[in-house]
Design a protein around this ligand. Structure first.
Ligand code: 4G1
Length: 223
């Protein structure tokens, strides 16, 4: 998979993409990253990428010309152009699974108040939102999409079933987790987890996960 990130501030997430799981995924050849800065496609002397909003009101909007040129510089037949936007449907694990089989993603990050609507109409295949809150720019949202998607590409995680075992694959929150020591500051690991009784452990985990999900995220059980 190749992922091009279109942003005015690549340094916001380039550090993250050069680290940890992403670094290993690149080294394994599972994914490669490219950067596209619309500023490099602005043609005036000041290399302007934003302008005032038609109809009035505060803030600036990203101009269409540099965005069209930037997207068209990396787009091909197999590209999927995604605009990270609070106006999109919410990002989910199911969406991450669908994206993980893509050939080429172009992730368009908004800045200021967003992008000229004509870019969305003409070039964007899909809008995705990472949640209902206000951000200063969309690059962080792109990093979220990349993290959740790339770890699902076969061979990126250890192959120990960690990706499949993840609680969201079962549509529920996770059960509590413990590691050594058996007792820490008087707090003990539940006996069942030390029993070696795998059926009992499975029952305990399912029960705790269900209780927690019902209490804090009942929407996951009804949905
Ligand atoms: C109206 C949140 C505006 C924000 C309503 C989730 C938020 C991209 C996302 C905004 C952004 C609400 C996202 C808002 C995002 C252009 C630059 C848009 C930043 C921008 C609830 C600012 N998932 N927000 N507007 O935050 O990019 O993907």
């Amino acid at each position: 998979m190749h992922i091009d990130v279109l942003t005015l501030f690549p340094e916001m997430i380039s550090g993250y993409l050069g680290q940890s799981m992403m670094k290993r995924a690149v080294e394994k050849g599972a994914v490669s990253f490219g950067w596209v800065n619309p500023r490099d496609f602005a043609t005036d002397v000041h290399r302007t990428t934003d302008d005032r909003v038609y109809g009035g009101g505060p803030g600036m909007v990203m101009k269409p010309e540099p965005l069209f040129a930037a997207i068209e510089s990396v787009r091909s037949e197999t590209s999927r152009v995604i605009y990270l936007s609070p106006q999109g449907p919410p990002f989910t694990q199911a969406k991450a699974e669908a994206l993980s089989t893509s050939d080429h993603l172009i992730l368009v990050c908004g800045h200021y108040e967003g992008i000229d609507e004509r870019v969305i109409e003409a070039l964007v295949d899909e809008e995705i939102s990472i949640g209902d809150y206000v951000l200063t720019n969309g690059a962080i949202a792109a990093a979220v999409i990349i993290d959740a998607t790339v770890r699902l590409i076969p061979g990126v995680l250890g192959g120990d079933g960690a990706a499949e075992a993840d609680s969201f694959s079962s549509g529920m929150l996770d059960h509590p987790q413990y590691t050594r020591p058996e007792e820490f500051r008087g707090m003990k690991v539940p006996d069942v987890l030390l029993s070696g009784n795998h059926a009992a452990i499975e029952t305990w985990r399912k029960q705790r996960a269900t209780e927690k999900t019902r209490r804090v995220r009942p929407d996951l059980l009804d949905g």
